[in-house]
Each structure stands twice: as C-alpha cells, then as structure tokens.
Design a protein around this ligand. Structure first.
Ligand SMILES: Nc1ncnc2c1ncn2[C@@H]1O[C@H](COP(=O)(O)OP(=O)(O)OP(=O)(O)O)[C@@H](O)[C@H]1O
Length: 593
C-alpha cells in the first residue's frame, strides 16, 4: 500500500470546503503528482484531473509557500512557458509537508482583479490560515501513516507467532485468554474461539489458579488429555510488564514428542536407510535383506556383533524402514547410565515418588518412544533387577511408573543390541533366560570387518571423501601398498576403528593420496617371524603354543563367537583349537558351544 493524500480523502475535501467558506475564494488541493484530489466551486467537476500549475509544482519541489500578487512581475511566472497565455490574477500555494516530504499543495487562485486585491490585502492572514490547514492535514496524514505501520507490525507479529514451532497463549493478570497462535489451537485441539475464557479451565494441567503466584521463566511439565489425545511436554511462563507494572503473562508450550520427531528428521545422521549402510559383500547383503524384512514386522529384534560393527546404524535403519518412522526413535545406552538412574530414565516416575523426585514427575524413555522404537544398546550390561522390570513391560505392554497407582499402556517396538555373548551369560546366570528369548525373536548378527574384508576398499573410499570434505583437505584416494596393509589388519574395533584411522590419515596426508608411511604404527602388527637382536631367551614350543592359545582365548572371551575368533586369530581350525585346549588342559573354559 502507498501512503499518500488519498488515505485521508474525506478530510481533504472537508478542509477545502472550510477554506472556501472562510475566505470566499475557490480552493484546489493537489497531490504530489499534481492530480486535483479536492476542490470547491467550479473545481469540483475537475477532481481527478492533472493540473498544469507551475507555481503548484514549484511549491511542491521547494516545500515552501508561494504568493503571487503581480504575475507580470513575478520571477516564478516568468519561468512558466504559459506566461503569455495565463488568465490568473494572483495565487497562493501552500505545501502539505509531513516528515520532510511534500505530499501535496493547497492552492488559491484569483480570477479577477477584486479577488487579487483581496488576496494582496489579506495576504499574511491568508497564508497563516492556509499553513494551519496544511498542518492539520499533515497531522491527519501522520496518524494514517502510524496506523498503517502499526497494522503492518501487528500483521508481521501475528505471522511470526503463527509460524512458531511452539504453542503460545497470552493471558491477562486474572488468567483471561487474550491471544493464542495456530500451534496452540492444534496442540490442544481448540475448534472454537476461546478468547476471554479462563486459561485454567481450558488447560487443567496449569494447577495454580492464582496467577500472581506464577513465576517468570519457570519450566513445568504439561500433561493434557482432550478428545482422547494426550499431549505431554513442558510449558514456560513469562511475565508481561510495562513501566514496571504487571500486565499479564505469555505461556509457551513444547510438545515433547513432536520436538523429538523434528530433531530426528533434521539430523541427517539419524536418517539412516539400509542403502546408506556401506557393504556389498555377500554376508552384508544377507544381513541387509534380513534387516528390511525385520523392519516390516513388529517383533523385538536382537542385534549382536562386535563393538563398532554398526549395531546402532542397523537399529536406526529398522526404525526408518518401519511404519513407525514418523514417531520417535529413542536410543538408550544401558552401559553408560548407572543402574540407579537407568530405572527412572527408562520407566520414569510420578511426582512425589521418592525424596528428591522432580516436581511434575518424569517421563520415561518408554513413554517418550510411544508408537515409535526404543533402542536398548548394551543390553547385556543391564542389572538382573531391571531385566525383570523390562521383561514385565515386554510381556504386558504396560508400564508401572515408580510411585504410580495405575499402569500406562505403551506401544513401543524394542530393538536391543549387545556385543556380549548373551547365551553364555544366561548359562552363567547373569542374564535372564526368559528375557533373552523375549528379545531374541528376530536375531540379526552383524559380521565383523574381518569377515567382510572385501568391503574394506569401499568403506575406505567413502570415508576418505567424507573426511576430506569435513576437514577441507584435497585427498581423494589411497595407495595400493597402504590398502594392502589395511586389508590385512585384524580390525578389533571394526568400522569405528577404520573410521578413526582414515580420519587420522586424511589429517596427516601431505599428498592427495594416503600413503603407507602415514599409517599409524599399530597397523604394522608384529609378526612372530620378526626376531630382534637382543631376544635370546628360547622357550619350549609347547609352552609357546599354550601361551598363545591362552592369550587368544582371553582376548575373545567376551565375544559370542569366542572360540571361532580365537581359532581364526591363531590360524588354526576350531576343531584343532579344542584338541589343543584338551592337550594343554587349559582350565575354566566352557567347552560346550
Ligand atoms: N556399514 C557401515 N557403513 C558406514 N558406516 C558404518 C558402518 N558400520 C558402522 N559404521 C560407522 O561406524 C561407527 C560405529 O557404528 P555403531 O555405533 O552403529 O556401532 P555399534 O556396533 O553400535 O558399536 P558399539 O557396540 O560400540 O556401540 C559409526 O560412526 C557408524 O556410522
């Protein structure tokens, strides 16, 4: 919208009429384009026409009042190219100026000697009067500009608030609702206008009905059920004060589930699909295929594999390929949280459940993951007490929060993972057998990097590109000699270890290719054939063999395929390993597989 005199059109005509009735001379008012927008007498018919008016133009340009009582001697009239044809006897032009800009001109023209003489006689009073009228119009224009700016500001704020991610409502000091945004309507399923209603009757979870007890910036839990839909999250109250006086409050609300969903959507790493997992070896193709089939079902999945083989990656892929993709994926590392805290992290608690319990209680990960998936990483590290609680949740699909009298229904798909040998732990009484069978409905066993050496060049190429981009380095390949060394390394830390090595090499690279010299020392594993000059202690071969076997068994004792891995590391078959274990009477080893 353009702000000009047309915004105050009726005021302008009223002023023109008032001037004419006081001075008894016809009046013309033009805008900044010299279009007549108001007039009296014979000018009424000419409203809307452009006037020639040289003096009017001059008054606009110079933002000054012009008086002409003797056209034949006026320097302004002499500049006008209609000078010789002009039938005007005299003229007064007064600009309408607002904020340093001329928006138009009020003009009086004398068409007879009488009018001219009257103009000259009362010139000063007339100019004063016209200036006052121009000021009046300028004030009206200023008010119109202000009101337009306020409307624009209001519209901008409304659009901003409506497009916010948070739901907000503003209330007066008694709790009466004044304004709320679209997100608020959506979050609490408001279908009719609730302006003027009391916020405490609309939102029952805001427990304190005395608004003056509301503290600024205080976070509280929200829990509201309306039309069968439950909203959980947090809300925050801010005071509105003007000149130190409390005028009301703004309450903002965050929907926990939606926040997590948005976070998962935004974070690229968390949008893992099966095709973004690198590996073309037969064994990887088989596992990927099993993963896709598992994703389509609802049964519990148990992912096993050594550390760094991609268990979390596969868990995310299962969630992202499932019907639950639009609901939360919650990952919990059972080994990283102390047992005393893990229970409340997983299952939450009610307000007042124990001394030190948070006000408003705490939502557990299972509740947050409702309709989504929960990834219980390192499940083998969970205490027996929590194992039985988890088993109950899996069996009954209900959760009894600490301090709660009733159960909460939950619909969560459990994906568990471990690098420990759960079967062995069951035999040793360290893991509940019934829970093991509940978890192991769909087993997915991830191969170690040693078992899929063919994927190493593929992974390396991908990682080089990734780190070169991240680190801003011009590295785009690996020398064959370095590749052979990496292919022959045993990779106890699997893909994670490979990732670290490539990051190190890209950092260290002096050329645009990774060379063998920059590989870290531990890549060059010590071979038994290397004999140092000062190594002169000779050991019996049998003792040496027994020692190496014990070393290998110890190294892989935590793994599910412990014997297989130990045999592979020693370069013998599993059967030979068993024979040698018997031969050397290596004790404390479970011989059953
Ligand atoms: N096939 C793969 N393709 C690409 N990146 C991979 C692959 N497998 C693992 N990674 C990467 O290796 C790292 C370790 O993966 P992840 O955390 O999923 O392993 P994990 O088996 O869960 O490990 P841990 O048992 O130690 O928790 C991650 O950065 C992951 O992105």
């Amino acid at each position: 919208m353009i702000i000009d005199l047309s915004c105050i059109k009726s005021d302008i005509q009223n002023i023109a009429d008032a001037i004419e009735s006081v001075l008894n001379i016809d009046v013309t008012i033009v805008d900044e384009n010299l279009i007549r927008i108001a007039g009296t007498g014979k000018y009424i018919e000419k409203i809307g026409e452009k006037i020639y008016g040289y003096a009017f133009r001059k008054s606009l340009e110079d933002k000054s009042t012009i008086t002409i009582y003797d056209p034949s001697n006026s320097s302004i009239c002499k500049e006008c190219n209609r000078f010789s044809r002009c039938n005007e006897y005299g003229e007064i032009c007064c600009p309408i100026v607002c904020d340093e800009k001329a928006y138009g001109v009020i003009g009086l023209i004398a068409f007879s000697e009488n009018q001219r003489a009257m103009m000259e006689k009362n010139g000063e009073e007339m100019v004063n009067f016209l200036n006052r009228m121009a000021d009046l119009l300028s004030g009206k224009l200023k008010a119109a500009i202000k009101s337009y700016e306020l409307d624009l500001e209001k519209k901008k704020l409304e659009t901003l608030v409506d497009n916010m991610d948070k739901a907000v409502v503003s209330i007066d000091i008694t709790g009466k609702i004044e304004k709320y945004n679209r997100k608020f309507e959506k979050m609490f399923e408001i279908n009719s206008d609730i302006t003027g209603k009391n916020v405490f009757s609309v939102l029952e979870f805001i427990k304190k009905p005395e608004p003056d007890r509301m503290k600024n910036g205080k976070m509280s839990s929200l829990f509201q059920t309306s039309n069968g839909k439950t909203v959980k999250g947090i809300y925050n109250i801010s005071r509105i004060t003007l000149n130190g006086e409390l005028k009301g409050y703004v309450i903002d609300f965050t929907d926990k589930k939606e926040t997590i969903k948005n976070y998962n959507r935004m974070n690229k790493d968390y949008r893992i699909m099966i095709d973004s997992i690198i590996g073309e070896s037969d064994i990887m193709k088989k596992v990927k295929n099993e993963t896709l089939i598992a994703a389509k079902g609802t049964s519990t999945v148990l992912i096993t594999g050594e550390s760094g083989t991609g268990k979390e990656l596969f868990a995310r892929a299962i969630h992202n390929h499932s019907d639950r993709v639009d609901n939360p994926f919650i990952a919990v590392n059972c080994a990283a949280i102390p047992d005393s805290l893990l229970e409340s992290e997983l299952f939450g608690y009610e307000e007042g459940a124990f001394t030190g319990a948070r006000k408003g209680g705490k939502l557990g990960m299972f509740e947050i993951a409702h309709k989504g998936s929960i990834f219980l990483d390192e499940i083998g590290d969970m205490s027996l007490h929590l194992q039985s609680k988890l088993l109950r949740v899996l069996q009954e699909r209900e959760l009894n929060k600490i301090g709660s009298k009733s159960n909460v229904y939950i619909d969560v798909r459990v994906i568990a993972a471990t690098n420990r040998n759960l079967e062995k732990m069951v035999r040793e009484g360290k893991f509940r057998e019934d829970l093991y069978y509940r978890l192991n409905v769909i087993p997915i066993e991830l191969p170690s990097l040693r078992e899929r050496k063919g994927d190493i060049p593929l992974l390396i190429n991908h990682m080089i590109k990734d780190y070169a981009k991240k680190l801003g380095k011009d590295v785009d390949g690996i020398e064959n000699e370095a590749l052979v060394i990496l292919e022959n390394y045993s990779w106890p830390g699997n893909v994670r270890e490979l990732q670290n090595i490539i990051e190190y090499c890209v950092n260290m690279a002096q050329k645009n290719i990774i060379t063998a010299e920059i590989l870290p020392q531990n890549m060059f594993e010590k071979k038994s054939s290397d004999v140092s000059d000062n190594d002169d202690i000779v050991v019996k071969l049998d003792d040496l063999e027994k020692h190496e076997i014990m070393k290998a068994l110890k190294k892989y004792s935590g793994y599910k395929k412990d014997k297989e891995l130990a045999a592979e590391a020693l370069g013998i078959s599993r059967a030979t390993l068993y024979r040698k274990i018997e031969k050397y009477r290596i004790g404390n080893l479970n011989m059953r597989q």
